[in-house]
Design a protein around this ligand. Structure first.
Ligand code: GDP
Length: 237
């Protein structure tokens, strides 16, 4: 897939703050340090995306990034095959959703975040996929289980009601850390049986047993093509 450009658009703290729902979007959720910025940078071919999830004050917002926005810039790169004034047809949003396990926020902020998340999953009609990042070495934490419950409940109800419903995909991050020679092509990453068992059991308990699990590493680029299958789907909404 061709990524020409990724730009930060806005940070939202409620539904009104989200940009116009004029294109597909995918959301990445995971606790801080799980490898979210590295993964998004790897996916979009950036050394350091203006990925603002760590900027003070921005940790509680949903941060919107537009991939392949700005047709005039894309046109410069592709020598004129875009129609002026039209949204680039490959454009979609990547939304960085912070985890809600911040050590230092008040109960009130936590609740606000949780309510926004519910509403977002419920109402954002252009949401095509939710990627939940979990560390391949540790498996789901308590916070991950809460996220799984939330997503499982809301998307599960939508699915049952046959409403449009985002795909839910589990991403295991830092898979190279489990192997001695991470760069080895024959063994680029793995996950222990213990972690995999815990993950599967937790998924079943939260009724998200259907979700695909993608093993990734931002170091070795493991899983890139597989994640891109879902991103392409989002872009072609
Ligand atoms: P974020 O807080 O979720 O955005 O996490 P970062 O992307 O900033 O990563 C946290 C730390 O883990 C950094 O030191 C990264 O270099 C490291 N890291 C992230 N992804 C990988 C990976 O796939 N493999 C390895 N070995 N380290 C990683």
């Amino acid at each position: 897939a061709l990524v020409r450009r990724t730009v930060f658009v806005t940070g939202a703290v409620d539904m009104e703050g989200c940009p116009e729902a004029d294109r597909g979007e995918v959301a990445f959720i995971g606790r801080s340090n799980v490898g979210k910025s590295s993964l998004v940078n790897m996916l979009t071919n950036r050394k350091s995306l203006a990925f603002t999830s760590k900027t003070p004050g921005k940790t509680q917002q949903f941060n919107y990034f537009a991939v392949n926005d700005k047709p005039e810039l894309a046109r410069q790169i592709r020598y004129g095959d875009d129609v002026p004034g039209e949204k680039d047809r490959d454009s979609f949003y990547i939304v960085d959703l912070p985890g809600f396990g911040f050590a230092k926020v008040t109960q009130q902020l936590r609740q606000q975040w949780s309510d926004f998340m519910d509403e977002y999953l419920q109402e954002r009609e252009t949401l095509q996929a939710v990627f939940h990042l979990i560390d391949a070495r540790h498996g789901p934490t308590d916070e991950d289980i809460k996220i799984m419950q939330k997503v499982g409940t809301i998307l599960g109800a939508k699915q049952q009601a046959k409403e449009h419903c985002a795909k839910y995909i589990i991403i295991l991050t830092k898979a190279d850390k489990n192997v001695k020679n991470a760069k080895s092509q024959s063994n680029p990453g793995k996950v222990s049986n213990k972690v995999m068992e815990k993950l599967i059991v937790t998924m079943k308990e939260n009724r998200v047993g259907y979700a695909p699990i993608v093993l990734t590493s931002s170091e070795t680029r493991l899983g890139r093509d597989e994640v891109w299958k879902y991103l392409r789907f989002a872009a072609e909404r």
